[in-house]
Structures are given as structure tokens and as C-alpha cells.
Ligand binder design. Structure first.
Ligand SMILES: [Zn+2]
Length: 507
């Protein structure tokens, strides 16, 4: 019943229904819209403002403990105690807590959470902008088609606004792909990953199909050349690596040919040389797979722009359209570093993400541009012990005025940052050296007295041993500035974010 309602609602119809809907009844889409409308009604003057532009920043895996630790690290890097520092988006006037559960998961993954934010519907694990009615891994295009959920990016394009998708991951990765692709399985990034006989297009092909409609994406920045190039074509930066497509298509060439004044760049020099007035569509793919972590960017021979530089260039191009634009920017690798149990890179990528938000805030006016900053989900990442003010956030716990580190029940010091699960468990279980250069007694924690836990290669300890640390299910934060941001308050569902943006644009 609920599914049937979901499938027949057009975007236009939904907005009419939503105004009249009861927050406790109707479809999930309608209920979310109604909750946003109810908050707007409490503050009519604030919610009457319309945004010309909307920028959605998603820190992948940037849970609240990540924000806290990154804020402290940035402050300490600047020479302060750290705790009183503020990341750029912590200056925004509005905030809310966001519930992240998905259609079939208590603790979510990035595909359904991105779907919630860009379509207004909660989805199943792995699904990108298709409804939960879609059979798992359905590769029949005819069976997927009726379950497609219209994305905000598509709706914005139809109205003549410009659009942008910027990320540090592969452009075909879950969060960016949810904006332009419709597929029940996020890992179908290029054709060879589809099952035999599939008629559904892979994610890379869908990006190009969109461009051929004449309503293509204006700016696409990230990594992921391998999903776009044929297996017979060498990568421009690493000639020993070929593309991964088996259909022989060069999707980069097709993308550039699809719309006039389209350009492709793959290194920093080409990126810097772009004259924003001479280009209507720009694709920049800076690695075969994901772009580098911020701290490793310096090692890239061909050079990669930072997330802030990509954001700045994207806004410069999008600002040329007087009708306005929608831009999604993902700090995509905060998540990857957490999965590796490496807090250093998760936090430094969070600081780079904050820098990108600062750049966008400085280039735009809060009278016409709504900026939202959130995470898709959190991680099992904790800040523990009772360290003193100014104690190095990556260091071992030392209490105020204590002559030595705080000790655990075995008499060993421990770090402020740790994970509930992940690869850091190896140091306890295997009895190997865990990369520490000396044996560890099985079942006992490593003695960290002489370990540099602030080193960029250190992997924090974890309680449960998993090869990859996991996401966590608690709420994430949403920060907002600009027209339509007054409805960002209280405790909200993740799919309300879509309705907040849609409402701000006056759709
Ligand atoms: Zn993840």
C-alpha cells in the first residue's frame, strides 16, 4: 500500500500533498515534507525566504566525535589548546540532529543515506535513488525503471539551474552517484561489474546518459577514471594501469562530446589553467580510483587540487548561471580512514572538508545561498579517558597536573582516541608485532608508552577485531546557513534534508 503510493507520486503532486499531510500518516516522503512544513509554519518570516543556490556538503562518516576531535586537532595545529577552536561550519547559525536509519538497516551505509538526502525517500542498503520496492541487485532496466526516485539534481536541471557534483572519492562512488544514477546496487560502477545479461546501465554509463539528455551536470570533480575508460586504454597519469570497461566505451570522450563547451582535466596544472568563462561543462577526474587523502596529496606526481580548490572552481562556474545552482560536495574519504582505524587521516580530511566549506561560505552570500553541512552516518570512533585541556588529541591520556599517563587495569597507558571495532584489534589478538616492531602478548594490550600515537600511520586500538572498522548508528549533525535554514532545528529524519533544500528553492 505504502509502496504503491510511493511509486505514483510525481514531484509536483508530492509538494501539494505534503502541505496537507499529517506528520504521523501518509508516505515516508509526505511525512518528512510535513515535518519540515510544520517547522516552517512556526517561523513564517524566516521560512518565507527563497534560496537561489543550494550547496549540500556531506562529510562521509563525519560523526559528531569526528567533528569534536578534528576541531581540537585543527586548534592544536594552530598552536592553541584546541578545545575552544571552531571548524568553519560550527559558526553557522542553525543546527539539528539527524536520524540516519534506512529502510532495512539500523546502522546505515552511504548509498541509502545519500538517497534519503537527495530524493526524500529512505532506501535499502546498496540502493542509489531507487525505492525499497526494487528487488535486490535487479539488473533488468525495465524492472528498475518504475522504482526510480527523482533526485534534487534532476529537478534542478529541469528548471534550468546549473548543477555540480564534487567529491574526493570515485565519481561513481555511492554518495556522488546517488545524485545522478538509479541502481539497486552501488558496486555496479562500470559495466564489467554488472551480472551477465544485465540491461541496466552501470553508474559510469548513467553519468554520460544524463549528459546526452542536454541537461547534463555542469561540474563533475573527483576520482574514478578507471570506471570511465576501456580496458584497452591506458590511464593518462599511470600508463601501466588501464581502464576497467569491457564495452570498449570511452565515457570521458563521450561526456565531453555530449554538450558544447565541455572540457576534461585530469591534473592540477590543467585544472588551474581552466578559464571559467570559457567552459560550460567541466569534468575533472584526478585519479583512476579515489583521490588521495589530504595528507598524501603532496605525493601525487601529476598534482591534485584540494577539496577547497575544487569547491572554489565549481562555485565560480556555477555562479555564471543567474537562475542559480545546486552543488553537492563530499568529503568522501573521512570514512575510508575511519574504516582503516586511522584517526589521523580521518581528522585531517575533516579539516580539509571544513576548509572547503569556508571557501564556499566566503564566495556566496547568506541572503541567496543555502549551505547545509552534514554527514551521511557516523563511525564507532570515541574520545575517552579524562585527558587535561590541551592534551594532544592524538596522544595518550594524561590527566590535569598528572606527572604521568593514566594507566589501564594492566598498568598500561592508552590513547584518547579509539574504536569499538576494526583493525586495531590485531595488536591484542594475534600476538604479532602489529606494525609496532616488537612482539605483543596475546590477549593483552600493547604497551603504548613508547609508541608515537600521533604519527600519521598509527592505527588506533579497537575492542572487536574486524578487518574494517564499521559505521555506527547514532544521529549525525546538520549545520545550516542561508535562506530556508530556519527549519534546520530539533531532531529530524535524514530524508527531511531533501525537503529542506526543495522548500528553500521554492519547488
Ligand atoms: Zn563507509
Amino acid at each position: 500500500m505504502l509502496r504503491a503510493t510511493m511509486l505514483c507520486l510525481s514531484g509536483a503532486l508530492v509538494s501539494v500533498v505534503a502541505l496537507a499531510a499529517d506528520p504521523q500518516t501518509g508516505s515516508e516522503y509526505d511525512r518528512a515534507a510535513a515535518r519540515v512544513a510544520a517547522r516552517a509554519a512556526q517561523n513564517p518570516s524566516g521560512s518565507a525566504q527563497r534560496a537561489r543556490n543550494v550547496i549540500l556538503f556531506i562529510g562521509d562518516g563525519m560523526g559528531i566525535s569526528t567533528i569534536t576531535a578534528a576541531r581540537i586537532l585543527e586548534g592544536q595545529n594552530k598552536g592553541g589548546l584546541g578545545e575552544d577552536n571552531r571548524l568553519s561550519f560550527e559558526e553557522f547559525p542553525q543546527s539539528a540532529l539527524v536520524k540516519t536509519f534506512t529502510a532495512n538497516q539500523q546502522t546505515p551505509d552511504s548509498a541509502p543515506t545519500a538517497t534519503a538526502m537527495v530524493t526524500g525517500w529512505k532506501a535499502n542498503d546498496g540502493a542509489l535513488s531507487v525505492s525499497p520496492a526494487t528487488p535486490e541487485r535487479e539488473a533488468d532496466a525495465a524492472k528498475v525503471a518504475p522504482n526510480k526516485l527523482a533526485t534534487l539534481l534532476e529537478q534542478v536541471s529541469e528548471r534550468g539551474l546549473s548543477t555540480g557534483v564534487v567529491t574526493t572519492t570515485r565519481i561513481t562512488h555511492a554518495t556522488p552517484a546517488a545524485n545522478y544514477a538509479h541502481t539497486p546496487y552501488r558496486d555496479w560502477e562500470y559495466d564489467a561489474q554488472l551480472p551477465p545479461g544485465a540491461t541496466l546501465q552501470d553508474i559510469g554509463a548513467q553519468l554520460v546518459t544524463r549528459q546526452k539528455t542536454g541537461q547534463g551536470i555542469t561540474v563533475v570533480f573527483g576520482g574514478g577514471r578507471e570506471s570511465m575508460l576501456p580496458a584497452t586504454t591506458a590511464d593518462p597519469e599511470y600508463p601501466q594501469i588501464n581502464g576497467r570497461r569491457h564495452d570498449g566505451r570511452n565515457l570521458i570522450d563521450e561526456w565531453v562530446a555530449a554538450q558544447p563547451q565541455s572540457r576534461f582535466v585530469w591534473n592540477k596544472a590543467q585544472f588551474d589553467a581552466i578559464d571559467v568563462n570559457q567552459v560550460q561543462h567541466l569534468m575533472g577526474l584526478f585519479e583512476p580510483s579515489h583521490m588521495h587523502y589530504e595528507v598524501d596529496r603532496r605525493e601525487d606526481g601529476a598534482g591534485e587540487p584540494s577539496l577547497a580548490e575544487m569547491t572554489r572552481k565549481a562555485v565560480q562556474i556555477l555562479q555564471k548561471n543567474r537562475k542559480g545552482y545546486f552543488l553537492m560536495v563530499e568529503g568522501g574519504r573521512i570514512d575510508h580512514a575511519h574504516h582503516a582505524g586511522n584517526a589521523y587521516r580521518a581528522l585531517t580530511d575533516t579539516i580539509a572538508f571544513s576548509d572547503a566549506i569556508r571557501a564556499a561560505a566566503q564566495m556566496t552570500a547568506d541572503k541567496d545561498t543555502l549551505i547545509l553541512v552534514t554527514a551521511d552516518h557516523s563511525h564507532v570512533f570515541t574520545i575517552g579517558g579524562y585527558p587535561a585541556r590541551g592534551n594532544p588529541i592524538l596522544g595518550l591520556v594524561r590527566a590535569p597536573d598528572a606527572p604521568d599517563y593514566t594507566r589501564d587495569v594492566q598498568g598500561k597507558p592508552f590513547a584518547t582516541l579509539s574504536y569499538a571495532n576494526g583493525p586495531g584489534f590485531a595488536a591484542l589478538e594475534k600476538g604479532g608485532d602489529a606494525g609496532l616492531g616488537r612482539p605483543v602478548q596475546p590477549g593483552r594490550r600493547v604497551d603504548l608508552s613508547t609508541v608515537d600515537t600521533e604519527d600519521e600511520g598509527y592505527h588506533q586500538e579497537s575492542l572487536v577485531g574486524l578487518s574494517a572498522e564499521t559505521h555506527s548508528g547514532e544521529d549525525v549533525a546538520l549545520y545550516a546557513r542561508g535562506p530556508g535554514s530556519s527549519v534546520v532545528r530539533g531532531s529530524i529524519e535524514q530524508n527531511e534534508i531533501y525537503h529542506i533544500m526543495r522548500r528553500a528553492l521554492g519547488f
